[in-house]
Design a protein around this ligand. Structure first.
Ligand code: SF4
Length: 649
């Protein structure tokens, strides 16, 4: 879809492309690498935005209903992507497409409507300025009939080109990362509304369903003993932080029941006591954010507010929920999606905040504005530390007393960021841009990787997280891999070259080695397969021995590929994302995490006391085992040849 001219074109993608790149992130990388000219301005007409469904979505497979947004990222200047669940991924396919791609910039605000009559652009001038939920409600009412349409929309943050804005669907759920929302806003594209009812193809639906039946049966069966409480998780975190040995647990027994009961907030207190949850802009520990603080975000108190559980399309885990919101903020909101762990962590421990009500309020505020809570919270933490060090004054903040844990000031700051008002304008583009404008003196505590604020899991507890934060073509991502995810994935049971690990000494994770590098490579490849299929990371945590993604792919497509062959596809996608960055002049070495979060200097107290991660050497080995130059991170010629990518260059 060309928004300059309003021209809509259809492309039939050859089967061979799906065999090499799957759909989702892979198809997105293939099209964007091919069609975005090198050096394009991320917020200019040459940049493209793709909304792409997963290959497995709608085939009858389970927990495979996520869609991907892809673009050149205005945050990092390189490859950008983000994904979200809900109902939008199958809706793309029900319109007869795998992906919808936009280039150009519309003269006035528009939205794209696709239904069984075809695709057309509609005027969205009256919607500009409305938040994500208001927009969706309006579009649903206008275009809904017997069937409810599904819409991906932007809120006001993306309209104002905040580089930390995302794209929302299902009333404020958000594909938050990489600044994809700003790209959509720059195109003056307010929404994409889908209301098709075409049949989704599947080669062997019976086979897919029989695999699904087994997986669903297992998920339904597992549950936690009734007496397991949020307080017990805090104790478990204490123990985990002290473990000397790690063992490969069965994720169906370990991770799935926790997600079923609490959703991701199960990690709220466990994360604090184990050291996983970063405290006080990554410089503190549970000694600072002690029990009298963290008890307010006890997962039991979060789900006390949950009055309705929900799941994304095709999901049997159902980690989502809708919570009643208290009498807080402007009082404008009655309910919100259950906050994710990341939102609780970033507006809890990272800012030393213990006011639960403000977390619920900020959750809804950010979801409606379409601003990434991880980025917004990390940016607020940076601002507080600037205030602490005299780089920002009360005059600069418009009267806000920006101190740790001051929930009123934190809320006020985020409101200003969304409105781009006063100090909020400086902060609305994330940590990196704010630090560039503010002062070189704050560089040490400007926490980002290549422009992207990191997810709320600490590499000093799990060093492989630091590798993915630093080496992924979309840096700062907590969803690519970690030592813990690897153990739960059980990849070695199907992938011949993935290191078989049943137990190991925790200290080995801090020593750069072939084994650690191969674990990281395997996770990165696997995540591309998941994102090409529409899969959810949480299902992957149940373990490959339970969640049969490779077998579903064969059944749904009629292919007969081995797990190793799918991992090769993952490697191809990951390498193409890296090639995109190289072509855009992005130096992969610049994605390295800041010294503070790698443990230089190490913390002097708490569970991460004395922990440092030799990140440069670990990244160098990761690049080496990926077949990328170990000094520059650029894919080697022999690797691009082997993956059949040389014709793309
Ligand atoms: S596990 Fe949660 S996030 Fe993942 S698909 Fe299911 S409901 Fe959605």
């Amino acid at each position: 879809m060309n928004l300059d001219s309003g021209l809509i074109e259809e492309e039939r993608v050859p089967d061979e492309v799906y065999e090499r790149f799957l759909s989702g992130v892979g198809l997105g990388a293939y099209i964007l690498y091919r069609d975005i000219p090198g050096g394009a301005d991320p917020l200019g007409p040459e940049n493209m935005l793709g909304l792409v469904s997963g290959l497995l979505t709608g085939t009858g497979s389970l927990v495979t209903g996520r869609w991907m947004a892809v673009c050149k990222s205005p945050l990092t200047g390189g490859w950008g992507d983000a994904n979200c669940g809900g109902s939008f991924s199958p809706a793309i396919k029900q319109c007869g497409y795998d992906g919808i791609f936009f280039r150009g910039i519309s003269e006035k605000p528009v939205y794209l409507l696709i239904d069984n009559q075809g695709a057309r652009l509609e005027d969205a001038s009256g919607l500009w300025g409305k938040d994500a939920v208001e927009t969706e409600d309006y579009l649903e009412q206008k275009h809904g009939g017997k069937k409810k349409p599904s819409a991906a929309v932007i809120g006001t943050a993306a309209e104002k080109l905040s580089l930390i804005s995302g794209i929302c669907n299902d009333r404020g759920r958000i594909a938050a990362r990489s600044g994809c929302g700003a790209v959509m806003g720059s195109k003056k594209l307010k929404a994409v509304v889908l209301n098709g009812s075409k049949k989704i193809e599947c080669a062997d639906r019976d086979k897919v369903r029989s695999l699904s039946k087994v997986y669903a049966g297992k998920v339904r069966k597992v549950k936690l003993p009734g007496l397991v409480s949020g307080n017990m998780l805090a104790l478990a975190g204490k123990l985990m932080g002290r473990l000397k040995m790690m063992v490969a647990l069965d994720g169906m027994m370990a991770a799935v029941p926790l997600l079923k009961k609490w959703g991701t907030v199960y990690n709220n207190n466990l994360g604090v006591t184990s050291g996983d949850l970063p405290i006080k802009n990554w410089k503190g520990s549970v000694i600072d954010y002690k029990r009298s603080y963290y008890k307010h975000l006890n997962p039991d108190l979060i789900i006390d507010r949950e009055y309705k559980k929900y799941s994304c399309y095709s999901c049997v885990i159902a980690c989502g929920g809708i919570c009643k919101i208290g009498d807080i903020g402007s009082g404008a909101f009655e309910e919100t999606h259950k906050p994710e762990y990341e939102t609780c962590a970033v507006f809890g421990g990272l800012l030393m905040n213990r006011d639960r009500e403000s977390v619920f309020y900020l959750n809804e505020l950010l979801n409606r504005a379409g601003m990434d809570s991880i980025s917004a919270g990390n940016t607020a933490a940076y601002a507080i530390e600037c205030y602490e060090n005299g780089l920002l004054t009360k005059e600069d903040t418009g009267g806000l007393e920006l101190t740790w844990g001051n929930s009123e000031a934190i809320t006020g700051l985020v409101e200003k960021m969304i409105a781009r008002e006063g100090i909020g304008d400086l902060l609305a583009d994330g940590v990196k841009k704010a630090a560039e404008k503010l002062s070189p003196e704050g560089a040490d505590f400007a926490i980002h990787a290549g422009g992207q604020e990191p997810g709320l899991h600490d590499p000093r507890l799990d060093p492989l997280l630091g590798v993915h934060f630093s080496a992924d073509p979309t840096p700062g991502r907590h969803t690519i891999g970690s030592g813990q995810y690897y153990l739960l994935s059980h990849l070695w049971e199907e992938v011949s070259w993935a290191p078989r690990i049943t137990r190991y000494a925790k200290k080995d994770e801090y020593i750069p080695s072939e084994n650690e590098a191969l674990k990281a490579v395997a996770q990165a490849c696997y995540k591309q397969v998941i994102d090409g299929s529409g899969g959810c990371l949480f299902a992957a945590l149940s373990g490959i021995q339970h969640w049969p993604i490779f077998r579903w792919l064969n059944a749904a497509t009629g292919w007969d590929k081995s797990a190793d062959e799918y991992m090769e596809i993952g490697k191809r996608i990951q390498t193409l994302r890296q090639l995109f960055n190289i072509r855009e002049g992005v130096d992969p070495g610049k994605f390295k995490i800041p010294a503070r979060i790698a443990g230089y200097p190490p913390l002097t107290e708490g569970p991460l006391k004395g922990k440092s991660v030799p990140i440069e050497e670990m990244v160098r080995l990761y690049w080496h085992y990926f077949g990328w130059d170990e000094n520059s991170g650029a894919p080697l010629e022999e690797t691009t040849k082997e993956l059949g990518l040389q014709q793309m260059q």
